[in-house]
Design a protein around this ligand. Structure first.
Ligand code: ARG
Length: 459
């Protein structure tokens, strides 16, 4: 097997189907930049410790430059026979520069090489995903500020509960994404550790300087144990878990947007450019983007399960199983980036139907708790006042009247403690304004939270 980089001990060529079956170049080609970046640092380190001469190093570096421009121009053809991105690039390097190219793999294995590539790749993807999350959070802050006074019904059990401000609701979403960013930042700490130097599994006999390689590649430290370094994919699982949670959040937003955009809720209008029509029903405008994001959450959750299952029975150290880590990981990255981009573009363009939300809040007896709290302030025990208000709501349902629409006499049927000042309490505005503490729905609190949110985005 003269044409294989590892062909020395083989006496027959690889079965053609097996060759294709075991190859990963179809999907790991996306890590070509990281592979070259890792090779450059490895070569410079080998030169520093006098394993490569200055001349060999400069040939390797310019060969890798040449390969970079070939790939950028789409001129390099990936070969299944060369199995993966690592051997495709190494073979090309040797074809370009000859003998020096054959020295690049000194003190290295594809096992530590691939682990390094994935970490470099994931590190930059985490940074890009973080930026998209920030962009979406900024959109939410903008919306929260704009709609700080806009009243809508708040729900529990999807039944009208208490009035809240739309801005407050947007800030709830903001918090979910803030935790997502914290999780990614935490995951990034464990991504940013250098496995290179572990070689196949045991380390290498060359006098390598791993700290130098780490410094060149911007890693925060070196993996402590070579067996662990080549077999660990915890960092990728953590990323997939953080990603699944991000998608779960987007899916929950989606569910609300889909409901709100329906004729029955009629709380928001999604801009036409984020919707599509029906091929049969001419009146339709469907909220495709939120629906699709909700749907895509399934595959990202599935990717997490794939990764956990992939690792669960693996003995140390590297096993070929690990080649299966890439597709779920890449799919998670792509799905997150696409979904976040769609959301970050769409959220600032949401149109809010204030009157319709206001009417909905009025319809559901959403100020019943305010009436109960009012009676408590007049000296009634909360359990008694709960009962009194329950009776007035039953009366309202019978008479088809909101609490705020009842006359003083009508309200007084249920308690003598009710007087003229009750009407300030029963308005939706009074209800939201009264929840005026940190974390509460009052417009003043929403505005203050927006300012704090802007600061937190800068941290
Ligand atoms: N394509 C392989 C992967 O993705 C690279 C490492 C292969 N190492 C090996 N000893 N076969 O995991």
């Amino acid at each position: 097997e003269a044409d294989k980089l590892w062909g020395g001990r083989f006496s027959e060529s690889t079965d053609a189907f097996v060759e294709a079956f075991t190859a990963s170049i179809q999907f790991d080609q996306r890590m070509w930049r990281e592979d070259i970046q890792g090779s450059r640092a490895h070569a410079r380190m080998l030169n520093k410790v006098a394993v490569l001469t200055d001349d060999e190093l400069s040939q390797i570096l310019s060969g890798l430059d040449e390969i970079t421009s070939e790939i950028e121009k789409g001129e390099l053809e990936w070969s299944i026979q060369l199995e993966d991105i690592h051997m495709n690039i190494e073979a090309r390097l040797t074809a370009l520069i000859g003998a020096a190219g054959k020295k690049l793999h000194t003190g290295r294995s594809r096992n530590d090489q691939v682990a390094t590539d994935i970490r470099l790749y994931l590190r930059s993807e985490i940074d890009l995903i973080n930026l998209e999350l920030v962009r979406l959070q900024q959109g939410l802050l903008g919306l929260a500020e704009r709609e700080a006074d806009t009243i809508m019904p708040g729900f529990t059990h999807l039944q009208t509960a208490q009035p809240v401000t739309f801005g407050h609701h947007m800030l709830a979403w903001f918090e979910m994404l803030q935790r997502d960013r914290e999780r990614l930042a935490d995951c990034r700490k464990r991504v940013n550790i250098l496995p290179l130097g572990a070689a196949a599994l045991a380390g290498t006999t060359y006098p390598i300087d791993r700290h130098y390689t780490a410094e060149l590649l911007g890693f925060d430290g070196v993996a402590e144990n070579s067996l662990d370094a080549v077999s660990d994919r915890d960092f990728a699982i953590e990323f997939c878990a953080a990603g699944a949670l991000i998608m779960t959040h987007l899916s929950r937003f989606s569910e609300e947007l889909v409901l709100w955009a329906s004729a029955q809720f009629n709380f928001i209008e999604l801009p036409d450019r984020f919707c599509t029509g029906s091929s049969i029903m001419p009146q339709k405008k469907n909220p495709d983007v939120p629906e699709l994001v909700r749907g895509k959450t399934g595959r990202v959750t599935g990717n997490l399960i794939s990764m956990l299952t992939l690792m669960k029975a693996q003995c140390l150290a590297y096993n070929k199983d690990n080649q299966e880590d890439k597709e779920p990981l890449f799919d998670t990255v792509d799905t997150l980036r696409g979904s976040l981009r769609a959301y970050a573009d769409m959220v600032p363009a949401l149109q809010v139907k204030k009157e319709s939300m206001y009417e909905a809040a009025r319809r559901g007896y959403s100020t019943a708790t305010d009436l109960a709290d009012y009676l408590v302030r007049k000296g009634v025990a909360f359990r008694d006042s709960h009962e009194i208000v329950g009776k007035s709501v039953a009366y309202g349902i019978e008479q088809n009247k909101d609490l705020s629409e009842m006359s003083l006499q009508e309200l007084q049927q249920f308690s003598d403690e009710i007087s003229e000042d009750i009407f300030d309490v029963l308005t939706l505005e009074g209800s939201v304004a009264a929840r005026n503490h940190i974390g509460g729905t009052a417009p003043a609190q929403v505005r203050a939270a927006v300012i704090r949110g802007q600061k937190r985005l800068q941290e």
